[in-house]
Design a protein around this ligand. Structure first.
Ligand SMILES: NC(=O)c1ccc[n+]([C@@H]2O[C@H](COP(=O)([O-])OP(=O)(O)OC[C@H]3O[C@@H](n4cnc5c(N)ncnc54)[C@H](OP(=O)(O)O)[C@@H]3O)[C@@H](O)[C@H]2O)c1
Length: 272
């Protein structure tokens, strides 16, 4: 099949592209800086040309700079993408979303829910793949915090998944017929965000104070209750956070050499 990946240069999208290529499909990578097909979802530039002859479109685009920008890319962008797909005769639109997004009335989650609504009401047969937070995202968030020696973490039940596991699941969906329904993809274990932060600190050896971050209101209650997790997902990734992180740390130290951590490693203890 000829499959276009919007956001095919991102964390998830590039792995979906590699996976589908390895299965023998013709893959087109679409993004603003793609060396192949330059498209901008916020204007529609490049979309018509990029979708000629495509059977399936996977939307793995993203924008988290602000709620407004997220909506421009994901909600308005989905409208533009679907209209161009309809004109090009695309048979299946795969939208990547987030487990429980409709249960968390908060900025980015609300945008993702709205994006799902646009897809479900749109002109192209669809499947929504809802994944839990990627291990990569948690590592990035903790790494950013640790620069200031603090890890501000709310109480939230999470079930993080390796993006490689999620990419294989998205590729499976892209190869199958549209479901007009959802597929849920999670990681192998459910862990409180603060426990995850402690594990991150211990495995990376970074010194950072774990700062309990209050998350008031309905969104906070929902995340504490575990709406971002799924007891019976359609696909359960196999790589636990700790194994993924140990590999990532080993790879980083191989590629960056000594001193890459700027001497900020410590015992990781002495904190709540
Ligand atoms: N990260 C997570 O933990 C997680 C968990 C569950 C679900 N998801 C979902 O998975 C999807 C992918 O997330 P990700 O973390 O892999 O994203 P990412 O790494 O931030 O990649 C975003 C991609 O979107 C492209 N893009 C951004 N703005 C664009 C625009 N205006 N026009 C065209 N392309 C644009 C980027 O390329 P250019 O900059 O070159 O345009 C890039 O290829 C999202 O729908 C997200 O909600 C993510």
């Amino acid at each position: 099949m000829r499959i276009a990946i919007a956001g095919g240069t991102g964390t998830l999208g590039r792995q979906v592209a590699d996976e589908l290529r390895s299965r023998g499909h013709e893959v087109r990578v679409l993004s603003r800086r793609s060396p192949e097909y330059r498209v901008d979802l916020t204007t529609g530039d490049g979309l018509d040309e990029a979708l000629v002859g495509c059977d399936v479109v996977v939307d793995a685009s993203n924008n988290q700079t602000s709620t407004k920008d997220a909506a421009r890319t994901l909600v308005e962008g989905s409208r533009r993408l679907l209209a161009a797909e309809d004109a090009a005769g695309v048979r299946h639109h795969v939208c990547v979303s987030i487990v429980g997004c409709d249960q968390v009335p908060m900025g980015y989650f609300k945008v993702k829910t709205e994006q799902e609504g646009v897809v479900e009401a749109g002109p192209v047969p669809w499947t929504v793949v809802r994944a839990t937070q990627f291990h990569e995202l948690m590592d990035m968030v903790f790494t950013k915090g640790a620069r200031w020696r603090v890890l501000p973490v709310p109480r939230a039940r999470l079930q993080t998944v390796a993006s490689a596991d999620a990419a294989r699941a998205v590729a499976d969906v892209a190869e199958a017929a549209p479901r007009r329904g959802r597929v849920e993809v999670t990681g192998p274990e459910t862990v409180d965000a603060r426990a995850l932060a402690r594990r991150w600190r211990s495995i990376t050896g970074r010194r950072a104070l774990l700062l309990p971050l209050p998350l008031p209101g309905k969104a906070g209650r929902a995340l504490r209750a575990g709406v971002a997790t799924s007891e019976r997902p359609d696909v359960r990734g196999t790589v636990p956070f700790d194994d993924w992180l140990r590999d990532a740390v080993a790879t980083r130290s191989r590629t960056s050499g000594p001193g890459a951590d700027n001497g900020k490693r410590g015992s990781g203890d002495g904190t709540p």
